[in-house]
Design a protein around this ligand. Structure first.
Ligand SMILES: C[S@@+](CC[C@H](N)C(=O)[O-])C[C@H]1O[C@@H](n2cnc3c(N)ncnc32)[C@H](O)[C@@H]1O
Length: 265
């Protein structure tokens, strides 16, 4: 399976993600954060890159900002588009790789929400994405994206796990009304800085017996903030703000989720 193929999860993505963040809350406040960002910088157009099923895109539309959306996965774009139409919005949502998409118009604001940038697994892909996004921004245009800083405590834990050391993350009810349990096993390679996660979905019958199982591999790259500072400089961006969370917590010190707000120079 293509590691970045979200086709098999697109239909259920919102259902289980809502459940996950209810329990873990590590993205609390993300929609407000991106709305503020779009309001401040989006006067010449906003693009939501790696928009997924439209969590940010639709939130912006509900608040009067009609952004464009793009995602590598056609299925994710389709779900986002369907949701937009159901709510009466006619948005421009198109499938594309962030390393190479080209738009007819240039934007003053680009958003890569909730770790979309971490799906780029090498510094070269990160560089290509930043250069390409820069091409699609007006002079002085702003981009926000987030990275996870490699964290010694989690690294140590995840360097000792195997690909089938599953632990239960959550249970939810899928689009077909069936209960599903989701497990994951995460391991970390300090040489590539890649977190590899196997996500296992078990479908249950009414008595709780397992009637189906699928495993979905997912890889994301962590990035040292010093590395990112140089990459941004190399690709023609100036750092405007660095936050440690969606409530604009300080991005210094031990912040794990690092949110970058950068300007095209
Ligand atoms: C963690 S999801 C986040 C989705 C959305 N931003 C949200 O907040 O719900 C990551 C998304 O990144 C997309 N993606 C992964 N690699 C990509 C790439 N190279 N270009 C564009 N989208 C990509 C995936 O298809 C997926 O929809």
């Amino acid at each position: 399976m293509d590691l970045h193929d979200f086709d098999d999860v697109a239909e259920n993505y919102d259902l289980y993600l809502d459940m996950m963040y209810k329990k873990e809350d590590n993205h609390s406040g993300f929609q407000e954060f991106y709305l503020d960002f779009a309001r401040e910088f989006g006067k010449d157009g906003v693009i939501d890159i790696a928009c997924g099923t439209g969590a940010v895109l639709l939130y912006l539309a509900e608040h009067g900002i009609m952004a464009d959306g793009t995602d590598l996965s056609e299925a994710m774009c389709r779900v986002a588009d369907q949701k937009a139409k159901e709510k009466g919005y006619d948005l421009n949502i198109f499938p594309a790789n962030m390393t190479e998409f080209q738009s007819d118009k240039k934007y003053s604001c680009a958003i890569i929400a909730r770790s979309g940038f971490m799906h780029l697994l090498t510094p070269d892909l990160q560089r290509r994405a930043l250069l390409n996004i820069r091409e699609n921004l007006v002079e002085g245009g702003m981009l926000t994206f987030n990275t996870f800083d490699p964290h010694p405590f989690f690294q140590a834990q995840q360097m000792n796990t195997k690909e089938n050391d599953y632990s239960l993350r959550l249970e939810y009810v899928n689009k077909q009304g069936q209960r599903e349990k989701i497990y994951n096993a995460i391991s970390y390679d300090p040489y590539t800085q890649i977190m590899s996660g196997n996500w296992k979905f078990e479908t249950l019958d009414d008595n709780g017996a397992v009637i189906g199982e699928r495993i979905r591999p997912l890889k994301m790259r962590q990035t040292y903030r010093q590395e990112m500072k140089y990459l941004l400089e190399l690709t023609g961006f100036e750092i405007v703000n660095v936050y440690g969370g969606y409530h604009k917590e300080s991005g210094e010190g031990s912040a794990k989720n690092v949110i970058w707000c950068v300007k095209k120079v």
